[in-house]
Design a binder for this molecule. Structure first.
Ligand SMILES: NC(=O)c1ccc[n+]([C@@H]2O[C@H](COP(=O)([O-])OP(=O)(O)OC[C@H]3O[C@@H](n4cnc5c(N)ncnc54)[C@H](OP(=O)(O)O)[C@@H]3O)[C@@H](O)[C@H]2O)c1
Length: 384
């Protein structure tokens, strides 16, 4: 029986993870769960899984939770410290990191130091501190198994291959809801429009990132650290059918791809069972129905966030951290209808312009830079 904790169990990845667990209840014990403020759903999850330890945003959420579910026998924690406790509980073997944003960085590093394997959906820890996180992973001889569908695809393609034989990674992108929009039309994009992704049902922040193509930029940085590959060997390919989840090209020109339906339970299940492959499928690809798979180059002129991310990906410095923080602030402002869709890239570019990158930063420097970038981006958003 695999003993797991899920950080962010009330989110899109978190609920899909618990769906995988429900399909095979005898094979898992849910030791810990964390949510932020979705009390109703969290209460249902606690009733269903009776974890040993939970964490939520703060004491006021704990009080609301107590009205809905009996918490006796469960260790109840709050805030970042709570996430750390859920992630590092002595009984846990694998931590599914499915929170959004940067809050999981410290809990993930500490879980690695306690010898836990990580099933990683949350890309921000690798974007902010990929070098540090991967060093700790190697030192503590644990594994990060990617849950992001593209990285799961690359991970699967590399199973029997040596990274030194790798020529290029093709990260595929559905292109988001606006890949055919003109520059003019993009100016009128609203939060509601951006949240309607054509292929994937995801949380709010990643849905906007998919629409701006920043998500693909974050994925380049994620892939760079996960697979120890130079960023210029990572190519983005728009593939609207979202059947090929990514590909790797080897020195001899051979290409391996991983294909499947667009359902996050597939990479989640793969990560939870790795190195075994489970015989349960959530749906099959019907090639006769699809008939053709198409590809095109991303348009960096209409989607400048990807251009910014490619540049920030090129160094081992704090630029990626600044970009990530500024993007998070700008996306929040857009979702609150305080910033236009096409202004997101401008905010990020201007914060980066002001930043003097620090090479090979330590963890404290990363948090300092992250806080600075958030403040700068907040100021810029308020001036729009
Ligand atoms: N969704 C996908 O298909 C997908 C695919 C690939 C990668 N990812 C990555 O996976 C991560 C999660 O994505 P998602 O779509 O599942 O996000 P989501 O639906 O927004 O869920 C986020 C989860 O994190 C919790 N949370 C939010 N802020 C928190 C904070 N400050 N402290 C503690 N917990 C907090 C939320 O709690 P409450 O709901 O209780 O407030 C929720 O459980 C992201 O980094 C995303 O880029 C997602």
């Amino acid at each position: 029986m695999k003993k797991i904790s899920v950080l962010g169990s009330t989110g899109s990845i978190g609920t899909n993870t618990l769906d995988v667990v429900r399909k095979n209840p005898a094979e898992f014990e849910v030791i810990g769960l964390s949510a932020y403020r979705n009390v109703k759903l969290f209460a249902r999850q606690i009733k269903a899984f009776r974890p040993r330890i939970i964490s939520v945003k703060d004491e006021s959420i704990v009080r609301q939770l107590e009205q809905l579910v009996n918490l006796s026998g469960i260790k109840v924690c709050t805030g970042e410290e709570g996430l750390i406790r859920v992630a590092t509980h002595p009984a846990v073997q694998t931590v599914v990191v499915a929170t959004s944003g940067v809050i999981s960085l410290r809990p993930t590093i500490l879980a690695v130091e306690k010898g836990k394997n990580i099933a990683l959906a949350n890309k921000e820890p690798l974007v902010m501190a990929g070098q540090i996180l991967m060093e700790r992973v190697r030192k503590n001889k644990v594994r990060i198994i990617p849950v992001d569908s593209e990285h799961s695809a690359v991970f699967q393609c590399l199973q029997k291959e040596k990274t030194k034989n790798l020529k290029r990674i093709y990260l595929t992108a559905s292109g988001g809801p606006f890949h055919n929009f003109s520059k003019e039309k993009l100016k009128n994009v609203t939060p509601d429009m951006a949240l309607r992704h054509p292929k994937w049902k995801m949380g709010r922040k990643i849905s906007v990132d998919s629409a701006t193509l920043m998500n693909k930029g974050l994925e380049i940085i994620e892939a760079r650290w996960l697979f120890d590959v130079a960023p210029d060997k990572i190519e983005v390919l728009i593939h609207p059918e979202a059947i090929i989840h990514s590909m790797v090209e080897f020195l001899d020109g051979s290409i391996l791809a991983q294909l499947g339906i667009a359902d996050m339970r597939l990479p989640i299940q793969y990560a939870l069972y790795y190195p075994q492959r489970k015989d349960y499928s959530f749906g099959l690809v019907d090639f006769f129905k699809i008939q053709k798979l198409t590809f095109k180059k991303p348009d960096l002129n209409r989607f400048p966030c990807l251009k910014i991310a490619k540049k920030a990906a090129s160094g081992a410095d704090t630029n990626a951290c600044v970009m990530n923080a500024a993007n998070e602030v700008a996306v929040t402002a857009f979702l609150d209808s305080n910033l236009g869709f096409t202004k997101i890239a401008g905010v990020i570019a201007n914060v980066l312009k002001k930043h003097k990158p620090v090479r090979n930063p330590g963890i404290d420097e990363i948090f300092t830079v992250d806080a600075w970038a958030r403040k700068e981006a907040g100021l810029l958003c308020s001036q729009q």
